[in-house]
Design a protein around this ligand. Structure first.
Ligand code: PRP
Length: 208
């Protein structure tokens, strides 16, 4: 059995549809199925549903041979895995946003609220801007609204959350989408099986 770690939630539903379209039997958690491991015996695949930010850890440690993870998580965690292909789903962008009308005069350290401290640090380091990172786990948009931060670095998909909180994008850091990743040893020992899935769901990048 090839173990594949999949992200629970919004992205997971899209991944399950993609796999089903490619002929793989992958029931979604959204359909009411609460099993966290599901076997597709016909294709020799076991799906493991995990928290999106944990997928890369499962794959890096070999608990999963492959997995689907957002580029945001890959950039933030830099896991030691192969990134096989872009799945073209879960498209959004990592952006800097601030209260409408905010102007950074550079007079003091910029307070940046984010779930992605490494990405934010890298972005501002390139700009040579001194920042104070405020690491949060969610509801990032609240920070500038209540005055805890000046800006945020966060995922923007439709832009609705920003709009409803009177915030606006000031810069795009990087475009994001879901990627198929694989464990490095598994790519040696189960290359054929992994490539079959990569062929079915996306375009390969660094295995060829
Ligand atoms: C994400 C992100 C934004 C929102 C953006 O939050 O952190 O808050 O989605 O989506 P939009 O541009 O379509 O409004 P998520 O729903 O993952 O919840 P979180 O607050 O736990 O991060």
């Amino acid at each position: 059995m090839l173990n594949i770690a999949l992200p629970k939630g919004r992205l997971g539903d899209k991944v399950a549809s993609l796999l089903c379209d490619a002929g793989y039997d992958c029931p979604t958690l959204a359909s009411g199925d609460r099993r966290l491991t599901v076997d597709d015996v016909e294709h020799g695949v076991r799906y493991i549903w995990v928290k999106p930010s944990d997928v890369a850890i499962y794959v890096e440690r070999g608990a999963a041979d492959a997995g689907v993870v957002g580029k945001d998580t890959l950039l933030e965690q830099s896991p030691d895995v192969y990134e096989l292909c872009d799945l073209g789903i879960g498209k959004c962008r990592m952006a800097v946003a601030a209260p409408v009308g905010f102007y950074d005069d550079g007079a003091r350290r910029l307070r940046v609220a984010t779930k992605y401290p490494n990405i934010a640090r890298g972005y501002y380091m390139k700009k040579g801007r001194d920042i104070d990172i405020i690491k949060l786990s969610g509801s990032i948009e609240t920070a500038p609204v209540i005055g805890m931060s000046d800006v945020i670095v966060d995922i923007v998909e439709t832009g609705q959350t920003l709009k409803e909180n009177n915030l606006a994008v000031t810069d795009t850091v990087v475009e994001i989408s879901a990627r198929l990743v694989a464990n490095k040893s598994s790519c040696k020992f189960a290359r054929g099986e992994i490539m079959k899935i990569a062929d079915a769901v996306g375009k390969k990048s660094d295995l060829r």
